[in-house]
Ligand binder design. Structure first.
Ligand code: DC
Length: 213
């Protein structure tokens, strides 16, 4: 079984997908970590992040694994290093490169062969798993998403700047020539603005079990 969730940054996709994975015993895969992983590698190796060819080469040479829901790059669990402002910024730009997207998608296919999975990102319901049995699109107002991000780490950045960055990343995500953020026609749309993580999780689990969402 494949459960796929898409939506913009800050709608709660990761937290909810992890909860659903635990409840239903699914293999959890966060596709954003792959783009963050490529970006981490680019920045770590001192590669110029504006040079698309070098970014593609860096992605080709990377080794990605997902073990027990955790993301490994070149054999190391780097999850705690993937959420810096520099990676937020450059991942949104590097993930625009179509060849980087193909490299990531190929590895995601390899890792998920014959598994029951729940995966989330921007193009999981449309490009990567168009035949997923269960598709969801999570959405929330940019102001609500910015407030959630701000509350997670109030000292890092002022609210207005968090909001501006969310709006900028939304714009990039929607306008990617390949893998742009779209609502699949057969996805269940959930506005998470005024729902708790538990409430969204319940809706998703109920929809998967065929009960009223
Ligand atoms: O979900 P996230 O914020 O961790 O994703 C990191 C970056 O990767 C973000 O800029 C969007 C991009 N991304 C993408 O282009 N396609 C995906 N399937 C997942 C993430």
């Amino acid at each position: 079984m494949i459960v796929a969730i898409d939506g913009p940054a800050g709608v709660g996709k990761s937290s909810i997908a992890k909860m659903v994975a635990n409840k239903l015993g699914l293999y959890y895969l966060n596709s954003g970590n792959f783009y963050r992983g490529v970006t981490y590698r680019v920045l770590h190796l001192g590669v110029d992040p504006t040079d698309a060819q070098k970014c593609i080469q860096t992605a080709k040479e990377a080794r990605f694994d997902v073990i027990d829901g955790h993301f490994f790059l070149d054999g190391q669990n780097v999850e705690s290093e993937l959420h810096t402002p520099a990676i937020d910024l450059w991942a949104s730009k590097i993930s625009v490169i179509p060849q980087v997207r193909s490299i990531v998608n190929e590895r995601i296919y390899e890792l998920t062969q014959k598994l029951d999975i729940i995966t989330e990102g921007r193009d999981m319901t449309t490009v990567v798993f168009p035949n997923a049995e269960h598709k969801f699109f999570f959405d929330a107002k940019p102001e609500v998403r910015a407030k959630r991000r701000f509350d997670q780490n109030p000292s890092a950045m002022e609210y207005e700047r968090v909001l501006a960055e969310i709006n900028e990343r939304d714009e990039i995500d929607r306008n990617k020539p390949v893998g742009g953020l779209k609502i699949a026609p057969d996805a269940i749309y959930i506005d998470t603005s005024y729902l708790t993580i538990n409430e969204v999780c319940e809706k998703v689990v109920n929809a998967i079990k065929g009960e009223k969402a």
